[in-house]
Ligand binder design. Structure first.
Ligand code: GLY
Length: 370
């Protein structure tokens, strides 16, 4: 007997467009007619109970009017729905309706919808194409771009998922008008994170224009949509699978994700990330990567945006410290943190290494101080 080798070297082109604009559903249908999903004629629109009425049903109706076969699959809105159970429920409903490999999924919604639907697309029939139609600032700023898809488990967020790139991302700024103010503010945390890691000028812009953004000023919204995408895709293009550089997009998330879970999702993702950004800028300041003025400026901007900058009283801080160990960056049982260098840059600790081991005592000290 001997050894047989299966040669499976791959050259993959997963490039895609991100279209930013207003009321893009007609453009989506036009693109599909022009082959965005290949010669697929069956579309599963996946959305949540709020977005269904606002935008999901409209997209479904337009698909059917254009002569496509389409159904809508709806789950209860909120991070608590981003579970294996919801994934299975939608998959079973799609199977029941006869969806096979010759279909395309259209995720219409915020980060919960795009994360969940992208994961379903990656495993349904061993993989079908999907399109993201982002209807929140948070999805526009982060979740819909970059191909991270996942569900949460009782232990922590996003530990089970796939890297799976969409065929196209639509960022419909008009949809932000229907967002509750709390959701807009939550989306701003990822926006401020992008400024902190990559763009000092953008940080200053946000400082000067927070009120205009919250008032949905057209120029300001277009600007933040564009810069968010640029910061994100420039990182993703260099390190799609997070073997190094992409960890910088985790700034604020080591503490942020842990606090989101410990709060039992009472804190929205962006609110939790905001507190995480505070914790991590305090740590960066303690380690002399960030000056006192820069640390104060980051906390002041988060505050100005209406984001929380302290840990709510109902959070068990000791439980939070323990929860830090569920972070994906943990290596050999050690906590690792991304740290900003001033404002608009991150620390590269050695070539290609962007996260630093931090002792539990140091992490606890920071958590206890906010
Ligand atoms: N949200 C972090 C990333 O996409 O890598």
């Amino acid at each position: 007997m001997g050894t047989l080798r299966v040669e499976l070297k791959k050259v993959v082109d997963d490039s895609y467009d991100i279209e930013i604009g207003y009321k893009l559903s007609d453009k989506l249908i036009e693109d599909i007619k022009n082959g965005l999903a290949g010669n697929v004629h069956r579309f599963a629109v996946i959305t949540d109970s709020i977005v269904e009425k606002l935008y999901g049903k409209d997209i479904l109706d337009k698909l059917i009017a254009a002569g496509f076969d389409a159904d809508i699959f709806v789950f209860e809105e909120g991070e608590k729905s981003k579970t294996r159970q919801t994934k299975a429920m939608i998959e079973d409903a799609m199977l029941e309706k006869g969806y096979r490999r010759d279909c395309c999924i259209i995720a219409v919604g915020g980060g919960v919808v795009t994360d969940l639907a992208g994961f379903i697309a990656g495993t349904y029939g061993r993989g079908v194409p999907f399109i993201n139609y982002a209807t929140t600032l948070l999805a526009a700023a982060d979740a819909s771009v970059g191909g991270k898809t996942a569900i949460d488990t009782p232990l922590a967020t996003n530990l089970i998922g796939l890297f799976n790139q969409p065929n196209k991302v639509y960022i419909d700024i008009a949809t932000w008008e229907t967002l509750p103010q709390r959701e807009v503010i939550s989306g701003l945390a990822e926006t401020i994170k992008h400024a902190c890691i990559a763009d000092r000028e953008f940080f200053d812009y946000l400082n000067d224009n927070i009120d205009a953004i919250l008032a949905m000023d057209k120029i300001a919204c277009e600007h933040i949509a564009e810069i968010n995408c640029k910061v994100k895709y420039e990182v993703v293009m260099k390190d799609e699978r997070e073997s190094g550089l992409r960890e910088v997009l985790n700034l604020g998330h080591t503490v942020g994700r842990a606090i989101e879970t410990v709060s039992d999702y009472k804190l929205l993702h962006g609110e939790a990330v905001s507190i995480g950004l505070v914790a991590e800028v305090l740590l960066a300041n303690k380690l002399s990567y960030v000056s006192d003025e820069e640390k104060d400026a980051v906390i002041k901007l988060l505050d100005k945006a209406g984001l929380p900058t302290t840990i709510p009283d109902y959070i068990d801080k000791e439980a939070l410290v323990k929860k830090l160990y569920t972070d994906k960056k943990v290596r050999d049982g050690k906590l690792r943190f991304v740290l900003q260098k001033g404002i608009g840059d991150v620390v590269e600790f050695e070539s290609g290494v962007f996260a630093k081991p931090i002792s539990e005592e140091e992490a606890r000290e920071i958590v206890m101080s906010i």
